[in-house]
Every structure is written in structure tokens, then in C-alpha cells.
Design a binder for this molecule. Structure first.
Ligand code: 5RP
Length: 253
């Protein structure tokens, strides 16, 4: 239905999108068309500004109705709303620990398909859905494409922490070599951002020497007590689709 369109316009108005928005849409459409098959019964729906176009494309398929035997599992509040508003079957990971395809956004993707995620504070659920998926696919605009993580995304690695432990994790990140970790604050700066799981997020910038080995950095951060998940997705994605403002899509796999 019309509620599925992120811009509020029917798809025929697609040309009215800005080149940047159109780039996101093209990447999302390409990923859906290539990876979602008719026989797939469980799809993971990720977070971020490109994902509404994933749902938009899925809603152009015959499967898009409440009588369908396809289920859609969200990574957070935003994607849950997208699923509900589109009238799709809403599922959860405890019903569906195995997902056919999860399509998700990213903050940055490197040459080896390692990604930074969690700019929207959804990285814990996103990683669970990425791991649950047979096929984990990233969609983004071309600004997210880089050789080494941290080149374009300057905000650091998003780390979800138990609220009670945040100060200790903060200190341990400094000991590990992160000069200035930041406890992510809400828009009004009145208090920390609280994730869908009731936790806090620390953004931790590491120098390039650390970022060159995302898997090693991920494992070291994850070992810190109080850390629940790290926004480094190392070696999880099967493919990444980058939309360009000139209307082309680059695929990496
Ligand atoms: C949220 C994410 C998002 O996918 C990522 O932040 C990209 O979002 P956007 O397209 O809005 O920049 O990982 O945790």
C-alpha cells in the first residue's frame, strides 16, 4: 500500500528523488532483485536510510500481503514499523533463528566486505540477524564505500554496552589504544542514547593500524567485560551494493 513508500509518493514518482536518495533506492532494488527468491520464506529487514527502499521493492512482489507464507524479521524499531505499515507478516528471531536473506544498511564497507554498523545504534540485533541469515547483503550509497574502515566513517566503532558497566568499558577502551571514546548522547544531550535493548553505546575511534585488521579489533573489544556487541561486521556479508548518484550500482562480493 501507499504507506510502504518512504517518501509518501507512489513509485512512479521515483524520478523526483534527489540523486543521493535515488542511489540508495537503486542499490536496494538491485539487492532485492538479485538475492530474494520466491521460495524464500523468512527475510531479515535491517536499519538505516536505504532500508525503506528494500521494503518498497519487496512490496512490489506478489508475496507482499498478509496471506503470504513469507515472514519478515526486523532489526529494530524502525524496521518493525516499516514491516507493520506495509502490512507484512512480522516475525521474531525466536520463531525464526534461520533466515534466508537479511538485507541491511551500513556506515562503511571495506574492500573485503568488512563493515562498520551501528550508526543507528542497532548493531546488536543487526548482528544477530546477519548471523542467522544464509545470505547477508549490504545496501548503501557510494559514500559508504572505502578501502579501509574508518576512512569515511569518522565517528568510531559503535559498541553496545551494559549501562552499569559503561565507565569501566570506557576506561578499558582507552587502555586498549582508543584515545577518546565517546558515550553517545541523545539529541538533547540530556542523557545517553538508549538502544532498543535498553543499553548504552560508546563510539570508539581507533587509528588506521587497528582498523586494518577489523577482525582482530572486533575480538579484542568484544572480550571487554560489559560489552554486548561491537559494530564491526567482519567477514559476514556475501555481497554489498553501492548506489551512485549517476544512477549506476556497483556490486562487491
Ligand atoms: C544502524 C546501522 C545502519 O544500517 C547504518 O547506520 C546506516 O544507516 P544510514 O543509511 O541511515 O546512514 O547500522 O545501526
Amino acid at each position: 500500500g501507499p504507506g510502504a513508500h518512504p517518501t509518501g509518493h507512489p513509485a512512479s514518482f521515483a524520478s523526483e528523488l534527489s540523486p543521493e536518495e535515488n542511489a540508495k533506492r537503486l542499490a536496494a532494488y538491485a539487492a532485492v532483485d538479485e538475492h530474494v527468491k520466491d521460495y524464500h520464506k523468512v527475510l531479515g529487514i535491517g536499519s538505516g536510510s536505504t532500508v525503506p527502499y528494500v521494503v518498497e521493492r519487496l512490496c512490489q512482489e506478489p508475496h507482499c500481503n498478509a496471506n503470504s507464507d513469507r515472514w519478515y524479521v526486523p532489526t529494530g524499531f524502525q524496521s518493525k514499523e516499516l514491516i507493520v505499515k506495509a502490512g507484512l507478516n512480522l516475525g521474531d528471531v525466536d520463531q525464526f533463528p534461520n533466515i534466508d536473506v537479511t538485507i541491511d544498511g551500513a556506515d562503511e564497507v571495506d574492500d573485503d566486505l568488512n563493515a562498520i554498523k551501528g550508526g543507528g545504534a542497532c548493531q546488536l540485533r543487526e548482528k544477530v540477524l546477519a548471523e542467522a541469515a544464509t545470505n547477508f547483503i549490504l545496501v548503501a550509497d557510494s559514500r559508504k564505500d572505502s578501502k579501509v574502515l574508518g576512512t569515511n566513517w569518522k565517528q568510531g566503532v559503535p559498541i553496545e554496552v551494559a549501562p552499569f558497566a559503561w565507565a569501566k568499558v570506557f576506561q578499558n577502551l582507552q587502555k586498549m589504544g582508543c584515545e577518546k571514546p565517546v558515550l553517545r548522547m541523545g539529541k538533547m544531550k540530556a542523557g545517553p542514547v538508549v538502544t532498543d535493548n535498553g543499553n548504552f553505546v560508546i563510539d570508539a575511534v581507533f587509528t588506521e593500524s587497528y582498523m586494518r585488521d577489523p577482525s582482530e579489533l572486533l575480538h579484542r573489544i568484544k572480550m571487554l567485560t560489559g560489552v554486548l556487541e561491537v559494530g564491526i561486521f567482519a567477514g559476514m556479508a556475501l555481497a554489498a551494493y553501492f548506489g551512485y548518484p549517476d544512477g549506476t550500482v556497483a556490486v562487491r562480493w
